[in-house]
Design a protein around this ligand. Structure first.
Ligand code: ATP
Length: 413
């Protein structure tokens, strides 16, 4: 059985040896970079990051990051705390200088340390919206929103007209005279968005803009921003650690881990075809089971034996480097792809007979821990309309195309 017959292979080890964070200071920033020469920027990208690197002293915060943001698209940097999202965005906007690599905006280099090019943020004309809103409390709504035009010394009549236009865009018509401190959190965030948009930037940078809002308002703002972006045709570079936000809002998501981009792709593609275990585990939930490869089916599927003896087939993505009979592996499947039925213990492939260990009723479904044939527990969702009982034997169906096969990693044991 040859690995090349399989659809998708894992791109290689991703573990990174990282230097320890030093005391504050950026002594290493101007040191020559040992990174590869920057790749040429993609011609039609609005923002292009080429082999970007950022160190703080000896600490590597961002490494070898190459990304393109196309015109009219939302690109989201997604990843756990400390993975380098904000540092990447701050370099793109010019609030941090890159240590190596290049940033191109609108076809021009704006940061290229090895060519001694650096365009300051005020000359990049990118709008910014921060998590903290950064609303000035001593100004009213009109003055806050007008500020970017004031510093650009635009005529008073144009400022008045533009402030009205953007307040209308964000649903705050008539709020101009309201003191900024007398706004709700959601309204303050709308003021911040209006201020980011007022000078008509091609690119809006948004760093965790909704994380101070409650869950309901966050959902609402997400929809509003997407509608606004589609209407205005602007591009957005968005930063979040919230996967639901990233999946629902973005045209492209770049999943970052330890200063590097693990994988970039459309949300549907990333969720259903993660290329690495890090992306798989960061996006959504997975059921993970230990298995061994026992052969290949006639249709090219893989036949696997789960610990405990049950056999299943996989026609999903295979990420094993060396395929052969007896290869140990981990199989993964999303809980929502698992079918559950209360019928008698199942026979046959891709059906597993399991026993319910615990049941939690959550209104729209039950969360249940079930005992696999090898004695391990996994969590599955059970539909709410049947009455389930702890101790009951049920049948799980694992559709072959939803079963993905991976090299067994340290976290899967
Ligand atoms: P979060 O979601 O928590 O904001 P993040 O992914 O945005 O995290 P960054 O803020 O980009 O992460 O930080 C990446 C790493 O760089 C972190 O380990 C952080 O402590 C470090 N770092 C960021 N700024 C500095 C600085 N000025 N000096 C030293 N280290 C820094």
């Amino acid at each position: 059985m040859s690995a090349s017959t399989r659809k998708s292979m894992r791109s290689g080890p991703t573990g990174l040896m990282r230097a320890l964070r030093p005391a504050a200071g950026e002594a290493g920033d101007l040191a020559p970079s040992s990174a590869p020469a920057p790749r040429p920027a993609t011609a039609d990208a609005l923002l292009s990051l080429r082999n970007l690197r950022k160190t703080f002293g000896a600490f590597v915060a961002v490494e070898n990051t190459t990304l393109d943001l196309a015109r009219g698209e939302i690109l989201t940097l997604l990843g756990p705390s400390g993975c380098g999202k904000t540092t990447t965005l701050r370099m793109a906007v010019g609030l941090e200088r890159a240590t190596g690599g290049e940033i191109h905006f609108n076809g021009r280099p704006v940061d290229a340390p090895e060519r001694r090019i650096f365009v300051p943020p005020e000359k990049r004309d990118m709008g910014m919206v921060f998590q903290s809103y950064a609303i000035w409390p001593h100004m009213n709504v009109h003055e806050n929103v007008a500020y970017p035009l004031r510093v650009r010394r635009r005529p008073a009549e144009e400022i008045r007209r533009e402030v009205e236009r953007v307040l209308d865009l964000v649903g705050l018509s008539g709020f101009g005279n309201r003191p900024a401190t007398r706004l709700s959190g959601g309204q303050q965030q709308r003021v911040a968005v209006a201020r980011g948009l007022i000078f008509g930037p091609d690119l809006l940078m948004m760093d965790e803009p909704f994380s101070n809002l409650d869950a309901k308002l966050r959902d609402q703002m997400r929809t509003e921003v997407k509608l606004l972006q589609r209407r205005l045709g602007i591009s957005i570079l968005f930063v979040t650690h919230d996967q639901a936000e990233a999946l629902s809002l973005s045209d492209q998501v770049a999943v970052m881990s330890e200063g590097r981009v693990e994988q970039v792709g459309a949300p549907f593609e990333l969720y259903n075809h993660p290329g690495t275990a890090i992306v798989r585990d960061f996006l959504g939930r997975n059921l993970l089971m230990e298995a061994t490869v026992v052969g290949q089916g006639g249709d090219g599927s893989l036949i696997l034996e789960l610990a405990g003896g049950a056999r299943i087939e996989s026609s999903g993505n295979c990420h094993i480097r060396t395929l052969g009979e007896g290869s140990p592996c981990t199989v993964s499947i999303r809980p929502e792809h698992v079918g559950v039925s209360a019928t008698a213990p199942a026979q046959g492939r891709n059906l597993l007979s399991v026993r319910i260990a615990t049941l939690l009723f959550l209104g729209d479904h039950f969360e249940s821990s079930v005992i696999l044939p090898d004695g391990k527990l996994i969590d599955v969702r059970l539909p709410p309309l049947e009455t389930w009982q702890e101790g009951q034997t049920v049948s799980l169906e694992l559709p072959a195309r939803a079963v993905h096969v991976w090299d067994r990693g340290p976290t899967d044991e």
